[in-house]
Ligand binder design. Structure first.
Ligand SMILES: *Cc1c(COP(=O)(O)O)cnc(C)c1O
Length: 367
């Protein structure tokens, strides 16, 4: 049963390693790296990526506790930050040695109370500061109360302080970003003055590293860059593609002029047409937006437009001009350029295209 999948996402570990090395080359040698493996490693496989990177990075970052538990259950012992922990998971977080990022007094008080009840000692927690994204985080004027709650608390240790840029990829927002960096630096300074120890500090995501590497502090959090995307074509060209999505031709049909293909008869053949049916659909992460000739796939290295509406489990392509047979490989994407074109066709960004690849698609490391 293990090898019966035909729609497969192959994760290129050589590309992952290349991308990691590229980001390291942009940073000071002592700057730590947190590899963001949330959302199943950006639609790949968080555990496979985690196992590959575990000795090559300092930290892993996940959004939710469940994602961190999956890494621990796979035997990964690298420190793991849970970027958006939910209070009902605090016990699981402790059981699995995950490190919560606390972002308001409700999460902080609740976690501190659990740490107290469970008699934890110096349990690592991280504090998230809002400096302009207005998503999660303490505000600058919370610092006084925060320090009073942290002071003399032996159960927890503020292991790091962090913030997140709102527009790190957008140089038109440079002034805003620099303001965020300066405000965050001011916040961290107050902690360093008040605490008897120095939490490490981090702020930059992928495009932050590319545009504001001076603000690398002690660590950076790289996500999309590890998976091959910088914030512009030049940066992306320095990186390698990690996500290779392919399937096969299930069936070929020869249809006459006037016949239609798929639901709602959306494709109407203007001439005799050879179509191929491919077992991947919107339930696998192929948006309906790439149907009706908006997107294409490759069959024997040639472009085959997606015709008609993308179905839940299948899509149909026009292979009239392509020499092919049932069982031949179909490449949905195997380069950053293809992922970008696919994303443009779906009016979205590579982040969404990659993370949309569903759990029904078999994931494996590329050989
Ligand atoms: C997702 C996330 C990242 C990674 O961002 P990329 O742009 O993918 O590098 C970093 N930090 C936080 C807080 C995040 O939520």
């Amino acid at each position: 049963m293990a090898n019966n999948h035909v729609t497969i996402l192959e994760i290129d570990t050589q590309a992952l390693e290349h991308n990691l090395t590229y980001f390291k080359s942009k940073l000071n040698p002592e700057t730590k790296i947190l590899a963001v493996v949330k959302a199943f490693g950006y639609g790949s496989d968080g555990v496979l990526v985690g196992q590959f990177l575990k000795d090559k990075v300092d930290y892993f970052g996940v959004a939710y506790a469940q994602e961190g538990i999956a890494l621990r259950e796979a035997g990964i012992e690298t420190p793991i930050m849970v970027l958006h922990p939910q209070m009902q998971n605090f016990d699981a977080i402790i059981d699995y040695q995950l490190e919560p990022c606390l972002y308001n007094f409700k999460t902080l008080d609740t976690f501190f109370a659990r740490a107290d009840e469970r008699l934890l000692l110096n349990y690592p927690v991280h504090l998230n500061f809002n400096t302009g994204l207005n998503r999660l985080g303490f505000w600058q004027n919370d610092i006084g109360l925060l320090l009073s709650k942290i002071h003399d608390n032996k159960h927890i240790k503020i292991t790091s302080l962090f913030s997140h840029l709102a527009a790190s990829e957008d140089l038109e927002e440079k002034e805003f970003s620099i303001n965020q960096i300066n405000n965050f630096a001011y916040i961290t300074k107050q902690f360093y003055e008040a605490l008897s120890y120095e939490p490490f500090i981090h702020m930059l995501n992928t495009s932050g590293v590319i545009n504001y590497s001076k603000a690398q502090f002690n660590m950076v959090r790289v996500g999309i860059g590890l998976y091959g995307f910088g914030n512009d074509a030049d940066e992306t060209a320095q990186l390698k593609n990690t996500h290779n999505l392919h399937s096969v031709i299930s069936q070929i049909h020869l249809i006459d002029r006037g016949e239609t293909v798929g639901y709602n008869r959306a494709f109407v053949a203007k001439k005799p047409t050879k179509t191929a049916t491919v077992p991947i659909g919107h339930a696998d992460g192929i948006p309906r937006a790439v149907g009706n000739q908006k997107g294409f796939v490759l069959v024997n290295d040639q472009k085959a437009p997606i015709i008609g509406n993308v179905c839940m489990d299948m899509l149909m392509i026009d292979v009239t001009k392509i020499k092919c047979k049932e069982g031949d490989r179909v490449t949905i994407f195997n380069s950053q350029e293809m992922i970008q074109t696919f994303s443009d066709a779906a009016e979205t960004i590579p982040y969404e295209t990659l993370t949309a690849i569903s759990s029904r698609v078999k994931k494996m490391l590329m050989k």
